[in-house]
Design a protein around this ligand. Structure first.
Ligand SMILES: *Cc1c(COP(=O)(O)O)cnc(C)c1O
Length: 235
């Protein structure tokens, strides 16, 4: 794990780059939320980042998220950004600020049911497989409106927008057209004025391409490596 000083320095760099991307595209810095993706990093790294001023974190696995919830006292905003199995929803209902990875009516129905039990309305995003990659979760852009319409009547979930994991690349510019398509899809669905569907959130951009995502309208960027350093997949 990086030291708190290193995490603080990384955060300052990322913050500067987000601000610059906002300036370039005529956006206000307050329009973009930085989600610090703490997966595969220990709770101590989360606490260190929190002490550096961050209170919004992303995890991709329910078990890891719940482990951190148990040991971290601070009241943080947790975003579930990874694929979610229906049988795991009960562990996080009422505990997360947002679920980014909804890609089926079935999953939305389970989130609705568990949210009702927990006495909350859960904010969700529809995950879009914008580049049509076989290896990726998410629905095709052309299925998004239909799925949104089916989820809309559920009382304990609120569709707040769209999320995507763009292709891995060393050249962020190659993802610009995907980010632009995401924004166009979001504007298109918003224009239908469907009850209980909001399109205020566009979750896109990671360590390798978040500046391009901000320039193309991201409201939430999910940055892991750029803050916490390379993840150790050998553990
Ligand atoms: C791991 C992960 C991220 C962060 O990736 P980095 O490249 O480390 O910034 C963002 N979004 C999702 C869905 C992830 O699983």
């Amino acid at each position: 794990m990086l030291t708190k000083e290193e995490i603080g320095r990384n955060l300052a760099v990322i913050e500067g780059r987000i601000s610059k991307a906002c300036e370039r595209s005529g956006r206000d810095r307050s329009e973009v939320t930085l989600i610090a993706v703490s997966k595969m990093n220990p709770a101590e790294a989360v606490i260190a980042a929190h002490e550096c001023g961050i209170d919004t974190f992303g995890e991709n696995k329910v078990q890891e998220l719940c482990g951190k919830l148990e040991v971290i006292d601070a009241k943080l905003n947790w975003h579930l950004i990874g694929h979610l199995q229906t049988n795991k929803v009960k562990y996080i209902a009422g505990k997360v600020a947002m679920i980014h990875s909804v890609d089926s009516l079935k999953l939305a129905e389970v989130i609705d049911k568990e949210s009702e039990k927990a006495g909350v309305v859960t904010d969700i995003l529809l995950e879009i497989n914008i580049a049509g990659e076989e290896s990726k979760y998410g629905i095709a852009p052309s299925d998004a409106e239909d799925l949104a319409r089916k989820i809309a009547p559920l009382k304990h979930v609120r569709i707040c927008g769209l999320m995507t994991v763009a292709p891995e690349t060393d050249e962020p510019e190659t993802n610009r057209s995907y980010f632009r398509q995401m924004r166009e899809l979001s504007v298109d669905i918003a224009s239908k004025n469907i009850d209980n569907i909001f399109m205020n959130v566009l979750s896109m951009g990671m360590t390798g391409d978040f500046e391009v995502a901000v320039e193309e309208g991201a409201t939430h960027v999910r940055v892991g490596t750029g803050i916490f350093g390379a993840r150790d997949y050998t553990r």
